[in-house]
Design a protein around this ligand. Structure first.
Ligand code: LLP
Length: 424
């Protein structure tokens, strides 16, 4: 459920007509709904009512400080994967005790920053990282609480680029080696391995892979405890899918029931790292139709947003719905069209042969379900300034990241001295 609905024939974000935002900020622009963010966070946490469970929002999905603050104020922790994300979580007021640090390739500097900040735990993904962390923690006279991320070797049945829990994926430590690695960590003087972690992939629409993975983690916890390693947390990652094109991903209640059934008997704290499920439906990308171009065999709708603003269709064949901001009456005839951006690549295509009503040059359209992995993955490819972001709350809205100016974009480059003199 989201809060982007037609009212009086115009698509609104909560109580604000999207046309008003376009007039104030221009297009393309990401628009987020506070009510949707809050609702999704609440639905997720309500599913775990009465359980020993904590939510660490996966910052990578949408890292705008205003989004982090909205969730942090509701009690969300943060799952971060870089020093930059850690700094964002702190800047949004999320306390270090509610931050975990995941990622397969952390640098020594990042580990030191995390240790000095005093975050809850670092999720370690290799023996090399264990050794590095043990060394840097020792140098600082600290004992670091850690999770070891295991790779449970289950097929998440999602797009291959966002599957992370199979043997051939780079993530985690093969579950077959986990006991040995936990023992090695336990023997290191500056590490306290207390958590078993896993994350098997993103945009999961089926509970079975979760069930299989959770079962393997539970077995591992029992094995570790039998060896005297006192596990008291299990980090179950994120990954719950959202409906982009009519999928029916499991509801948080059903997901929670599986986690509770398998993990609660262990009497551990459960950690979750949802990203997409919280922010996906809470955002749209508002764009303008530049030209409708009728080819011999195709209708092309050229919009002012492009793959640099929203890369999911080009990168993962991701589907995003498209709604005209001016509502069409029911029964309006539809015909197929390709929705494309201005970038000089055929891959800059948002949709192929999508049934759409006739669209007019200059009219506004919204790409739906764009709140997760949208703005965070934007670039300036083709020297297009970074897209701005707006947060709506009821009948008010605020620019939470202004559009990058041409001066800012060009000003980031430097011309070396040897090129600065007069040309030959
Ligand atoms: N925890 C870890 C360790 C992760 O790697 C991820 C996502 C999450 C949590 C959050 O997963 P979520 O609940 O959002 O599915 N850019 C891709 C998705 C990449 C996901 C990477 N890891 C996309 O646009 O589909």
């Amino acid at each position: 459920m989201d809060h982007f609905n037609y009212r009086n024939g115009t698509l609104h974000a909560e109580d604000v007509p999207l046309s008003e935002i376009a007039s104030a900020v221009g297009t393309p622009v990401y628009v987020y709904s506070t009510a949707t963010l809050r609702r999704h966070y609440k639905v997720f946490t309500d599913a775990f009512a009465g359980a020993r469970a904590s939510v660490f929002y996966a910052v990578k999905a949408n890292s705008n400080l205003a989004v982090l603050k909205t969730l942090g104020d509701m009690g969300a922790g943060a799952d971060v994967v870089s020093e930059g994300e850690l700094r964002r979580a702190l800047a949004a007021g999320i306390p270090p005790s509610r931050i975990v640090f995941s990622g397969v390739g952390k640098t020594a500097e990042e580990l030191i920053f995390a240790l000095d900040t005093g975050i809850l735990e670092i999720n370690v993904e290799s023996v090399n990282e264990l050794e590095l962390l043990n060394t840097v923690a020792g140098e600082r006279g600290k004992v670091a609480e850690i999770a070891i991320r295991v790779n449970p070797d289950v097929d998440a049945k999602t797009h291959h680029k966002i599957s992370t829990g199979k043997k051939e994926n780079k993530f985690g430590i093969d579950i077959a080696y986990a006991l040995d690695i936990f023992k090695r960590a336990q023997a290191m003087p500056n590490l306290a391995p207390v958590t078993v972690a896993a994350h098997i992939g993103s945009q999961l629409t089926d509970l079975e892979p979760y069930r299989a993975a959770f079962q393997r983690l539970a077995d591992l916890v029992r094995e570790l405890r039998a060896e005297g390693i006192p596990i008291h947390r299990v980090d179950l990652g994120g990954g719950l899918g959202v409906p982009y094109a009519g999928e029916t991903p499991p509801l948080p209640d059903a997901y929670a029931a599986v986690a509770r059934e398998i993990i609660e008997p262990l009497d551990v704290e459960m950690l979750f790292e949802p990203g997409r499920m919280i922010v996906g439906n809470a955002g749209i990308l508002l764009a303008k139709v530049l030209f409708v171009k009728q080819g011999e065999s195709r209708r092309f709708v050229v919009v002012d947003a492009a793959m640099n603003d929203l890369i999911r269709p080009a990168m993962y064949d991701g589907y995003h719905g498209l709604k005209p901001v001016i509502e069409r009456p029911e029964g309006t005839p539809m015909s197929p069209a390709d929705i494309v951006g201005p970038i000089c690549e055929s891959g800059d295509t948002f949709a192929k042969e999508r049934p759409l009503p006739l669209l007019n040059d200059g009219e506004l359209v919204a790409f739906t379900t764009a709140g997760a992995y949208g703005a965070v993955m934007a670039s300036t490819y083709n020297s297009r300034p970074l897209v701005p972001e707006v947060l709506v709350d009821g009948d008010r809205f605020a620019v939470i990241r202004p559009r990058q100016t041409y001066e800012e974009m060009l000003g980031a480059d430097r011309i070396p001295d040897w090129l600065s003199g007069p040309g030959e």
